[in-house]
Design a protein around this ligand. Structure first.
Ligand SMILES: [Zn+2]
Length: 421
């Protein structure tokens, strides 16, 4: 029998990673004679939900084998490896027959989990309606992501090769040669991306959390990713696994044409006109307001978005922009911006003398302007077009600040891209 296993919410800020647990689980299933078909899928869910796990990623993979036996193996794997002591960790797993009617309904459910906020009751309703075998620990919140990972329809997808550490090293400082990651990027970009951040001098591929992941290489091309992983020099790699993912696809973004109202915990692409000049607050965070079809919206480029803030600071009232990002606390946290049309900005200057060419001076309050030498006069100041220090087109946050789901400009088929690398 062919069936999907979906699994989520087994990790915590203190350790583990659902991807790692899945790799072990797949090994166990294959040891008992079952076959995992194709690559497992790493599905990132709505990044704004308040009760998310660390990376908010769920896993699914297709198994050919015995469902009851797989159920028992999965259960013992989850018991052994989940971070059950952490109150925020609420693991869940589902087993969905590939040929079942549930598979027709799950894509819609998955789309909602990726773009919106879904309750555990909605997941339990589907599980009840379609008699889906499942495992849950504690609140079982992981059932939501587990179902979504099985159902997600990937019209666009990318790959990630995750490398894992030897178990005895978990929690210790990762040992790797920084330069080798920059070299790997140099050799394989743009078929791989977000391995490093050149401008901010950060190796993005290596996490700093205490989980089993040593590094992850993301990209669109299997061979380029393999090549990058051969270039990097690190401590011994214990396991490696490719995942098909929705990372870097903007799958979380709800396009303006589908928006009825702008709500917190959702992510959007919205057209707006800059209504107030950007301003900095303490800590280096930059804010501005845009007027949209849905009213005025506050937008933010926070300090971690680094040089992206310099783009935002150059916006002027009247600029037409498309803003991309998640709304939280009634503020859209920018992931990308498209400067669609720059406003024409003018400055008032004293007129020039038509005879000698020098700038005229004020002849006194309400008296117009004059050239003292030539005795020429003019009534009003003149409007001078200000040269804008900003080009139209797309700008994005640098790799070190990228959200898992955000589509990097290097993957976007648009004109006028300004890529930070
Ligand atoms: Zn003059």
């Amino acid at each position: 029998m062919r069936f999907w296993i979906g699994i989520d919410d087994t990790d915590s800020a203190k350790g583990m990673c659902t991807t790692y647990l899945s790799v072990i689980l797949m090994e166990e299933l294959e040891k008992s004679g079952m076959r995992v078909e194709g690559f497992p899928r790493l599905i990132r869910l709505n990044p704004t939900v308040p009760f998310k796990t660390r990376g908010n990623g769920a896993i699914s993979f297709l198994v050919n084998g015995d469902l009851e036996e797989a159920y028992e193996i999965t259960k013992s794997c989850m018991e052994e490896y989940s971070m059950l002591d952490d109150e925020k960790t609420n693991p869940g797993a589902v087993f969905v027959e590939a040929a079942s009617r549930a598979m027709d309904y799950l894509p819609k459910f998955a789309d909602k989990v990726i773009k919106s906020v879904v309750s555990i009751d909605e997941a339990l309703f589907i599980i009840g309606k379609y008699f889906i075998p499942h495992i849950k620990f504690k609140l079982g919140r992981g059932l939501i992501g587990a179902l979504a990972a099985v159902g997600a329809e990937l019209n666009d997808s990318t790959l990630e090769l995750l490398s894992y550490r030897e178990p005895e090293r978990f929690g210790s400082k990762r040992e790797y040669d920084r330069d080798s990651f920059f070299r790997a990027d140099m050799e394989t970009y743009p078929l791989t991306w977000d391995t490093v951040d050149w401008h901010n001098d950060v190796v993005v591929a290596v996490p700093s959390s205490p989980d089993p992941v040593l590094y992850g290489i993301r990209g669109d091309d299997l061979n380029a990713i393999k090549k990058a992983s051969e270039i990097v020099i690190t401590e011994r790699v214990d396991k490696k696994q490719f995942f098909v993912t929705n990372q870097g696809t903007d799958m979380h973004i709800i396009d303006e044409r589908d928006v009825k109202a702008v709500e917190n915990f959702h992510s959007y692409r919205l057209r707006g006109v800059v209504a107030e000049k950007p301003y900095d607050i303490e800590g280096g965070h930059v804010f501005f307001h845009v007027e949209t079809r849905f009213g005025k919206l506050k937008c933010a480029a926070f300090e971690p978005t680094k040089q992206f803030r310099d783009v935002v600071r150059k916006l002027e009232v009247g600029d037409v922009v498309d803003v991309y990002g998640s709304v939280k606390k009634d503020t859209l946290n920018l992931e990308k911006i498209n400067v669609v049309k720059l406003a024409e900005i003018y400055r008032l200057e004293n007129p020039l003398c038509p005879v000698c060419g020098r700038r005229m001076e004020s002849a006194g309050r309400g008296q117009g302007y004059r050239c003292r030498k030539c005795k020429t006069k003019a009534e009003d100041r003149i409007r001078v077009r200000v040269e804008r220090d900003l080009e139209e087109g797309y700008y994005e946050v640098p790799p070190c600040a990228r959200r898992h789901l955000s589509k990097p400009l290097v993957r976007m088929d648009v004109d006028k891209k300004h890529v930070f690398r």
